[in-house]
Design a protein around this ligand. Sequence first.
Ligand SMILES: Cc1ncc(COP(=O)(O)O)c(C=O)c1O
Length: 469
Amino acid sequence: MKNNVGRGSQVWRNDRRHLLHPFAEFPQFNTTGSRIFTKADGIVVESDDGRKFIDGIGGLWCVNIGYGRQEMAEAIAEQASALPYYNTFTDMTSPPAANLAAKLAELAPGDINHVFFTCSGSAANDTAVRLAQYYFNRQGRPSKNKIVARENAYHGSTYLAASLTGIRPNHDGFHTLLEGPDPLIHHTTEPNMYRRPDGMNEEGYCDLLIRDLEKTISEVGADAIACFIAEPIIGAGGVKVAPKGYHGRAKEVCTQNDILYVSDEVVTSFGRLGHFFASEAVFNVLPDIITTAKGISSGYIPLGATLFSDEIFEVLSSPEIGGKPFSHGFTYSGHPVACAAGLKNIEIIESERLCEHVRSAGPYFEKRLGELRDLPIVGDTRGSHFMLAIEMVSNKKTKTCFESSVAVGKRIADHAYQQGVIARNVGDYIILSPPLTMSTAEIDEIVDVLKNAIEMTMDDFTREGIWQA
Ligand SMILES: Cc1ncc(COP(=O)(O)O)c(C=O)c1O
């Protein structure tokens, strides 16, 4: 390898010495360092040594329109030339911020007509919680301030969003808001169809989950809960699709208990499930608050948003109930360059009919991935449209997990990488969330490479005496 690219290059050394990576895994990182990417076009990313990879994960569930969009670069450059920044505090605005807010209100379901901009999904979720607490506080109910989230949900990495997150290993070593005699956040049971109790049908499982939610609410006390937060499909926690009817019923329970329903659509919005927003269009639930990020700008620039209902806005803004300053905001809320990118991104999704494409190619992707279930270590394939996962097990009958030390997911992802496909391993899961522009031929290529990668991993295991077919 030439010394100015790849492992050992100056960039590689700078990165290894000075950059703390999100979710760093030190023993491996200290030995191998980073893979360096320098270019991308369409669904393909290129490393600094000229190797090309199909990006099966859309950057990180976010590059929905694909890479190399000149129109995005131009929209960003034009706005940066005209007005690179102005704040949106109190009564300031810019055309991109106002117009993107209006466009989001048009795309969002029901009476969700108000938008607060952030720079990330974590900050959008923090904002949702603060908004829910503020809503009850301004109505004279300050003790209605707790949050119910779900086991294995992922909601982000700020102090609050990391505490909403129910993936226990993510809390390891950190302090969270789950601790103490009177914790702010409580987790209820996650929907996990693959590992539901033996012999239980979908309807019975849904009943069980709803009973668990009711139990959590009654234990914490409805009078102490401001909101319930749920991803329409659990993402980083293993791409878990809830049983049919779950979200609608969870919303009913929330309404009965005067609890706001927050739908975390950071991954599921902007076409990944074939609609701009999935809550109502796919899951038949009208939330009080929707959070989004990622696909809102297809990752070309950081942007997130918290969208909320007329009813919440009434309370915040009404002179009788509120009418006081809403003291929450970020320097970069409604950043004009990010909002200009958001508007162009929506224009591309609409004009290229990407939601329609996902609705037609998605079921094909699910079916092709489903064929991998014939492999002896594939326990489950699941998800929906362009948000999919494979779960590996050492015994399909008993659904036994592999020992974490054998790193089954990582081995598969590494073999796929060697064959030119980037897939993401999270524990024993392989996660796929590609750009929405992916064709059925490219879907075939991804699935074929993953099949090979799983077979190669089984061969490794047999050779190393870890597992036998
Ligand atoms: C469902 C969900 N919510 C929130 C977040 C946090 O978003 P961000 O990383 O932009 O803060 C993520 C990130 O993956 C996510 O998947």
